[in-house]
Design a protein around this ligand. Structure first.
Ligand SMILES: Nc1ncnc2c1ncn2[C@@H]1O[C@H](COP(=O)(O)OP(=O)(O)OP(=O)(O)O)[C@@H](O)[C@H]1O
Length: 276
């Protein structure tokens, strides 16, 4: 009970530092009655969720509730899983992302993804970031490409640490630096939305703090959806929180409200550590 109270106190302290009034923003992505089946097993039921522009939306809920499955619906990463079948509708700026006319490679440049475990390519730091802009034809000269790489590394808060070793392998960086390199790689193709699937779960507290600071800065230019198991992290970085349970979206709302006065008992139980 004491542990529960102190977790709530921590979250309250974190929230107390954040902005209090959260005006609603334009809707960047909208999910309507989204379902996912893996074979015969249903993983998501009728998910209606609006993702607001230039905000961080946190997806929380106990293990196996469908957070990652939902995240992967947003840029059609579930297409890569043979047995996954997605129903319902998802739009990006009002455009149906499951429309057969949509170029999925293009979609994934607009809706980028950062994974749980940093996964730099076995290439140099420079090439890791340059790869996307090259295949998408975003630079017509070497100088333009260099400019994109440097700007992306700066935006990811990594440039100062790596500027003297851009030709060295990305895999030689620390875990936290590798994760920021992966964020730079996502940024390099000028995405509009960045999906993050537990981006700090493999990082130590200092590297986690750096990535969290970065997420806070990135929301000025990008819309971010993050899956996290850490209630403190959700409270620190997000403006909106969506609570999933057993494949259902239990509730979604301003993070402050979700952690201080949730509507649903399951949210209350989860954030106070009663299950999960
Ligand atoms: N590739 C897959 N094939 C079959 N079933 C899957 C697959 N991926 C996920 N599932 C199932 O879908 C359900 C939701 O899983 P998902 O990974 O989306 O949950 P989660 O909330 O992200 O979990 P965690 O917090 O543990 O990462 C689970 O029952 C899981 O076993």
């Amino acid at each position: 009970m004491r542990q529960e109270t102190s977790m709530m106190e921590n979250i309250q302290v974190t929230l107390a530092k954040g902005p209090v009034v959260q005006p609603r923003r334009p809707i960047k992505m909208r999910s309507e009655k989204v379902t996912v089946h893996y074979g015969t097993k249903q993983a998501l039921y009728d998910i209606d969720l609006d993702v607001e522009e230039n905000q961080v939306t946190a997806l929380i809920g106990p293990s196996g509730c469908g957070k990652s499955t939902f995240l992967r619906c947003l840029n059609r990463m579930n297409d890569t899983i043979d047995i996954a079948k997605v129903g319902g509708k998802i739009t990006l700026d009002g455009e149906d992302v499951y429309d057969p006319a949509i170029d999925v490679v293009e979609l994934r440049a607009r809706v980028g993804m950062v994974f749980q475990k940093p996964n730099p390519f076995p290439k140099s730091i420079f090439d890791n970031v340059a790869y996307g802009p090259k295949i998408h034809g975003l630079a017509s000269t070497k100088a333009e490409l260099e400019e994109i790489v440097v700007t992306s590394l700066r935006k990811a808060g990594l440039y100062e640490e790596v500027k003297d070793r851009l030709a060295e392998p990305g895999t030689g960086l620390s875990g936290g630096q590798q994760q920021r390199l992966c964020i730079a790689r996502a940024i390099a193709v000028s995405p509009e939305v960045i999906l993050m699937d537990e981006p700090c779960s493999a990082l130590d507290p200092i590297a986690t703090a750096k990535v969290e600071e970065l997420i806070d800065e990135l929301k000025q230019n990008y819309t971010i959806v993050i899956v996290t198991h850490s209630m403190q992290q959700a409270a620190r970085v997000s403006q909106r929180t969506a609570m999933f349970h057993l494949g259902y979206l239990v509730e979604v709302g301003p993070t402050e409200k979700m952690f201080s006065n949730p509507d649903d008992k399951r949210t209350q139980d989860y954030i106070t550590g009663r299950f999960g």
